[in-house]
Design a protein around this ligand. Structure first.
Ligand SMILES: [Zn+2]
Length: 427
């Protein structure tokens, strides 16, 4: 079995209608504007806010992610927020420095403040993009360089995340110091790659070899593809395509992947994940440019066959309908087959319905809605997370979050190679 049918719901019959979708985006942005508070930022979803100091500030599920999405939608002409985004971003940074929102129950990696998705780096990146102050740029560069010594080995906390931040800054500023930061981050990440093609993730007191975008090889490779020369890129994509083919579980024209290399699809909690951060959709999204097309298609076919994730997972990118629909868009880009565009649009309409259902339910029962989970799939830029209309006990919440568990013992490196940067290998 490649998925659990009971975890998914029936796809909506509502057809794609561009005007209806554009109006829904504007309505959601108006709701996000209305939910904003200068001091409280946005209310947190129960799952997102578990064991964290509120309000949530980070790029992953907090205010920085909401601000980033509002800015992206504005720049692309989809919707105009009424919030002063530069002021909100600076306020978010101050709030994080006053009370970081790390999950208290987790053992944090080294330099947690340097993390892109969960630390200060992502917040600084958003703040600089909007406020353009020299001190923000200096602080961001300090965080990116600080993270060169972080062996978390993943996008959320480690060097892949700060490599993305450095590349964005190099593009926006054209400054040599950011090109240098890209080069050094690229080399450090390359050095961390094991001879077997994996990276070892060292997270929350565990060590393992992850496969997916947020904590694994597929995400790490994607961050490197545009930062390395042709020779390295060919080697990296060939070796990773072979590795992902070995780890795939293929049945009847469908494919899925476990969260960690060598694991069963059925996780400790009994779930089989088919979502962005774990399972076929995230692999398809990250490896769309280099994975063998038949396998890529089998991964996307699984997400289509399973249908949209149910209410427990919701509409967001990490675990929900958005992330799975995103895989269809990537396969459309790879293959040019319009059937995948059509399927992506079907999922997008379904995700909008899920958001609207959630708003209706919240209005009836009263609980606050997280601004981060408000943003629907095709609208947000990646910050939307798991909405929950049925919060459980802390233990239930803990088990439901996507996080590392010990599976494959991996020795922690004692010495960390930091080879002299090779200017020819990075851009
Ligand atoms: Zn996740």
């Amino acid at each position: 079995m490649l998925y659990r049918p009971e975890a998914f719901e029936q796809l909506t019959d509502e057809p794609w209608n561009e005007q209806r979708v554009r109006a829904a985006i504007r309505r959601i942005i108006a709701d996000v504007d209305a939910a904003y508070d200068v001091d409280g930022l946005w209310p947190a979803d129960d799952w997102d806010g578990w064991q964290a100091t509120l309000p949530l500030k980070n790029l992953y599920v907090g205010a920085a992610g909401v601000i980033w999405a509002l800015d992206a939608l504005r720049r692309r002409g989809h919707a105009e927020t009424q919030i002063d985004l530069a002021a909100a971003a600076v306020r978010t940074l101050a709030a994080f420095r006053d009370a970081p929102d790390f999950i208290a129950a987790f053992e944090l990696p080294p330099s947690p403040e340097a993390a892109l998705l969960t630390g200060e780096t992502g917040i600084l990146l958003v703040a600089w993009r909007l406020a353009r102050a020299d001190d923000l740029e200096g602080d961001l560069l300090t965080r990116v360089r600080e993270n060169l010594a972080n062996d978390a080995g993943d996008l959320m906390w480690g060097i892949p995340g700060t490599l993305l931040a450095a590349r964005a800054m190099a593009e926006w500023t054209g400054e040599q110091r950011w090109r240098d930061a890209c080069r050094d981050s690229t080399e450090a990440l390359w050095q961390e790659r094991d001879p077997n093609g994996f990276w070892s993730q060292h997270l929350y007191g565990s060590a393992y070899r992850g496969l997916g975008p947020a904590h694994g090889v597929a995400g790490n490779v994607l961050t490197l593809l545009d930062a390395i020369d042709e020779k390295r890129r060919t080697r990296l994509t060939n070796e990773t395509a072979a590795l992902l083919a070995r780890e795939a579980v293929v049945q009847g024209g469908l494919a899925n992947w476990p969260t960690h290399a060598g694991d069963d699809l059925v996780a400790e909690d009994g779930e089989i994940r088919v979502q962005w951060c774990s399972g076929a959709p995230g692999i398809v999204v990250c490896a769309a440019s280099y994975l063998e097309e038949e396998l890529l298609t089998a991964g996307a076919e699984l997400a289509w066959t399973a249908g949209p994730p149910g209410v427990e997972k919701g509409s967001g990118i990490c675990h929900g309908t958005a992330g799975n629909g995103y895989a269809f868009l990537k396969l459309f880009a790879r293959s040019g087959d319009e059937r995948w565009l059509e399927r992506a649009r079907r999922f997008a309409v379904h995700a909008l319905e899920q958001v609207e259902r959630r708003v209706t339910a919240a209005t009836r029962s009263g609980p606050a809605i997280s601004a981060s989970s408000f943003l629907p799939p095709t609208v947000s830029t990646g910050a939307a997370h798991i909405p929950s209309s049925r919060p459980g006990t802390n233990e239930q919440l803990r088990r439901r979050r996507c996080r590392a568990r010990v599976r494959v013992p991996v020795p922690r490196r004692r010495t960390r190679g930091r080879a002299a940067p090779d200017a020819s290998a990075a851009t």
